[in-house]
Write a protein that binds this ligand. Structure first.
Ligand code: SAM
Ligand code: DTB
Ligand code: SF4
Length: 320
């Protein structure tokens, strides 16, 4: 019998959020152990290949041209710089290299340049590739697939109801359209969202329900805890409690049993104990390296010390 479903109802998901913490964690951990190695954590590394100057108005994002965040913008990095960063990440133990660009939607020529970067990173060997470039056409997704791209990251970010409070320069359907282009091209989907943006628990439940009721579950589900950046409209938002973050991870784990749930941005605000709870709830992937795209992430050595303390091991690279 499979526990993979695509017909989750709102009341069922909200009931999971309301469950006693022990019950929720126990169920999430049981689901996790059915489908995943209990003590392995997949390690990804991020690189911002094009920074700042984005025309979108996402209220959380330091890279939007609409907000003054004092960011050092730069155009697309040269291939050699990307290969150097990717080699360093591979040598540190990362098994996926994720490249992010602050675009609304890349042009065909920009997509071709990123396809070259994907080929170059694949040539190093030992790592999967992921890119996040904004909205894609079907042809662009096809070109990236032909270059050997393993994953495309494109987040739903929040519930459809709360979306307009956070972004006005595109809509939910735009996101869903790109996700189906990526799927049709045969690229794995990395799709999740951000919590701690002032949304309600019902919004968090609905974001997870939207992800779980996609025609196919995203293979990778990043749960980002908002990184508050001065100058963005969401700076100063009351912070989400780590217990609520762990609940989100547990519910994601139960709704999408086979997907890898990533405890993504926002770990610098979390104690080791809070992160341990998130691993117990079913997170089994993190970003390592002292920088996310433009904001800080815990030091690599601190993460490895945390793994040691918790008896966790980095997931080995896959044979392919
Ligand atoms: N521009 C492309 C897009 O939005 O799809 C790709 C890059 S964008 C920076 C990738 C993702 O980073 C966003 O979808 C959002 O979920 C996440 N993100 C951006 N700023 C964040 C922040 N301050 N805290 C947490 N996550 C953030
Ligand atoms: C995702 O869901 N989180 C990553 C990755 N996908 C691209 C990005 C986090 C960005 C955090 C803010 C920053 O560093 O600029
Ligand atoms: Fe642009 Fe992506 Fe930032 Fe939105 S999240 S402003 S689309 S870089």
């Amino acid at each position: 019998m499979t526990d993979v479903r695509h017909d989750w109802r709102r009341d069922e998901v909200e009931a999971l959020f309301e469950a006693p913490m022990n019950d929720l964690l126990f169920r999430a951990q049981a689901v996790h152990r059915r489908h995943h190695a209990a003590n392995e954590v997949q390690v990804s590394t991020l690189l911002s290949i094009k920074t700042g100057g984005c025309p979108e108005d996402c209220k959380y994002c330091p890279q939007s041209v609409h907000y003054d965040t004092g960011l050092d913008a730069h155009s697309l990095l040269p291939l050699e710089d990307v290969v150097t960063a990717a080699t360093r990440a591979r040598d540190a133990g990362a098994t996926r290299f994720c490249m992010g660009a602050a675009w609304r939607s890349p042009t065909n020529s920009q997509t071709s340049k990123v396809a070259e970067l994907v080929r170059a990173v694949k040539d190093i060997g030992g790592m999967e590739t992921c890119v996040t470039l904004g909205m894609l056409t079907g042809d662009q997704a096809g070109e990236l697939a032909a270059a050997g791209l393993d994953y495309y990251n494109h987040n739903l970010d929040t519930s459809p109801e709360y979306y307009g409070e956070i972004i006005t320069s595109r809509n939910y359907q735009d996101r869903l359209d790109t996700l189906s282009h990526v799927r049709e091209a045969g690229i794995h989907v990395c799709c999740g969202g951000i919590v701690g943006m002032g949304e309600s628990r019902a919004d968090r439940a609905e974001l997870l329900r939207q992800l779980a009721n996609l025609p196919q579950h995203p293979e990778s589900v990043p749960i980002n805890n908002l990184v508050q950046v001065d100058g963005t409209p969401l700076s100063g938002t009351p912070r989400l409690s780590p217990l609520e973050l762990a609940r989100c991870i547990a519910v994601a784990r139960i709704l999408m049993p086979v997907s890898v749930v990533r405890l993504s941005a926002g770990r610098t605000d979390l104690s080791e104990e809070a992160q341990a709870l998130c691993f117990m709830a079913g997170a089994s992937s993190i970003f390592c390296g002292d920088q996310l795209l433009t904001t800080p992430n815990p030091a690599f050595d601190d993460d490895m010390a945390m793994f040691d303390g918790l008896g966790l091991v980095p997931q080995p690279a896959s044979a392919s």
